[in-house]
Write a protein that binds this ligand. Structure first.
Ligand SMILES: *Cc1c(COP(=O)(O)O)cnc(C)c1O
Length: 436
């Protein structure tokens, strides 16, 4: 059977087994147990190289690619980013600490979050995080004070809301005027934010940041952001004589989860955005700033796949079929959170016809614990079979919980025909580790 797969790193073996990154998922499930997160390290590295090459080619290397590490944060991923000469975004002391433990050079880290406490700010400064992206007046003042206390100056970017509605999920739509992130140009608050930054002696203002959303499949939103931001920067230069060195356009590069999703052409998006920025800078008489991009999801999503073992197949005549698996919203809360779509495959029965429309559900005590509804599964599916959920590399492990005291699965990395544990499986003792 010839099948079009959702990711290029999927294939079917001769015995109907699903292969991922060239390795037999049935063998991997036997070796490591389920539920199991798999990650294709070679694909992650290929993405890093693609972005770096585009930065070189279209921006003349004047800028940075920052992996938004909230998409998947664990030591090994920061090691890979270090080896690939990437920069990273971090959003908490937890992510900073993980990067630190992985030997990531923190001067190449940008610290985000719309609510950095005084402790967070101190922690990041004391560990030498290179750049802070400030999101509020209060925070900017706190950063200035922390820098003063240390007799240093802190490099800062200001988060600006360009007022763009990307019409993707509410939960990830971050660029609108009424967003909790940053300040809008439209309301005049962005300008007040700049005035404050320029007045603070221990703030070394580097420029501006915006991030408008996620699952963007074309260059249009990046181009609209660039237009609004460069127009703002040109005005600022005229009024305050301040010329920004950095303009960070955020992340949000889309990823196909189901066959009907488009496949974004990252190279074309980068090229078209660069062309637009160049011509805008010419028009405004601005020197081209260093451009930052912050891909998170697209760096790791299709490098991930989750394997589960089926516990039951329940056919309720005239109603619905359930396939329940040994994980669920604990390792992948995205359908429960915002109805995210996924492609689900019968990993040990790839040759069987899939006609039984089923809800693939987890093991948690919640009716909302659904991995994906409406999935065609084979009639032959039974307890002990394997189910694969594709494209789970982003916002799965990083959003996982221990609800119902379910231990989190391990992350097994796949590279050049080999496999190894990057994050071990949580044990039952881990479940009571913090209990006094
Ligand atoms: C989440 C986030 C990103 C990454 O978004 P993706 O959709 O995963 O690419 C980048 N920048 C900021 C500020 C973010 O909050």
């Amino acid at each position: 059977m010839v099948q079009k797969f959702i990711c290029g790193n999927l294939s079917t073996g001769p015995d109907g087994h699903l292969f991922f990154a060239g390795q037999d998922t049935v063998e991997l499930a036997q070796k490591y147990g389920t539920p199991l997160y798999l990650m294709d390290e070679d694909l992650i590295r290929a993405k890093c190289r693609l972005f770096s090459r585009c930065m070189e080619k279209y921006f003349g290397g004047r800028g940075n690619i920052l992996y938004a590490s909230k998409a998947a944060s664990f030591k090994r991923i920061y090691e890979i980013m270090r080896e690939e000469s990437m920069c990273v975004d971090v959003v908490s002391p937890g992510e900073i600490y993980t990067a630190l433990k992985a030997g990531f050079p923190l001067e190449r880290a940008w610290f985000h979050s719309n609510n950095k406490s005084d402790e967070d700010i101190s922690f990041a400064m004391d560990h030498g995080v290179g750049f802070f992206v400030a999101e509020s007046f209060e925070e900017l003042i706190a950063i200035d004070k922390a820098a003063l206390d240390r007799g240093s100056k802190q490099k800062v970017l200001l988060r600006i809301t360009p007022g763009i509605d990307t019409h993707t999920f509410e939960a990830v739509d971050t660029g609108k005027v009424d967003s909790k992130f940053g300040y809008a140009i439209e309301t005049g608050q962005a300008e007040e934010f700049l005035q404050l930054a320029l007045s603070l002696k221990n703030i070394d203002l580097q420029g501006f940041h915006c991030h408008v959303g996620s699952q963007l499949f074309d260059s249009d939103v990046f181009i609209r952001s660039a237009r609004i931001m460069l127009d703002f920067m040109a005005n600022i230069k005229e009024v305050y004589g301040y010329e920004a060195q950095q303009l960070n356009l955020g992340g949000g590069f889309g990823v196909p989860y189901v066959i009907s999703d488009p496949e974004p052409d990252i190279e074309r998006i980068m090229k078209e955005t660069a062309d637009e920025i160049r011509s805008l800078c010419d028009r405004y008489g601005l020197e081209m700033p260093e451009i930052g991009f912050e891909p998170g999801r697209c760096m790791v999503a299709d490098a991930g796949l989750t394997l589960y073992t089926v516990g039951m197949v329940k056919k309720i005549p005239g109603f619905i079929n359930y396939v329940s698996v040994d994980g669920g919203m604990t390792d992948n809360p995205r359908y429960a959170l915002y109805g995210a779509e996924y492609t689900v495959l019968p990993a040990d029965r790839m040759g069987d016809e899939c006609k039984m429309i089923s809800s693939v559900v987890g093991r948690c005590c919640e009716s909302g614990d659904i991995i994906q509804p409406g999935v065609p599964m084979p009639e032959t599916m039974k307890r002990g079979d394997l189910v694969a959920v594709c494209t789970t590399g982003a916002y799965n492990y990083s959003m996982a919980s221990n609800y119902n005291r379910v231990p989190r699965p391990p992350i097994v990395m796949l590279s050049q025909g080999k496999n190894y544990v990057a994050v071990r499986r949580e044990s039952l003792d881990d479940m009571v580790m913090l209990d006094e």
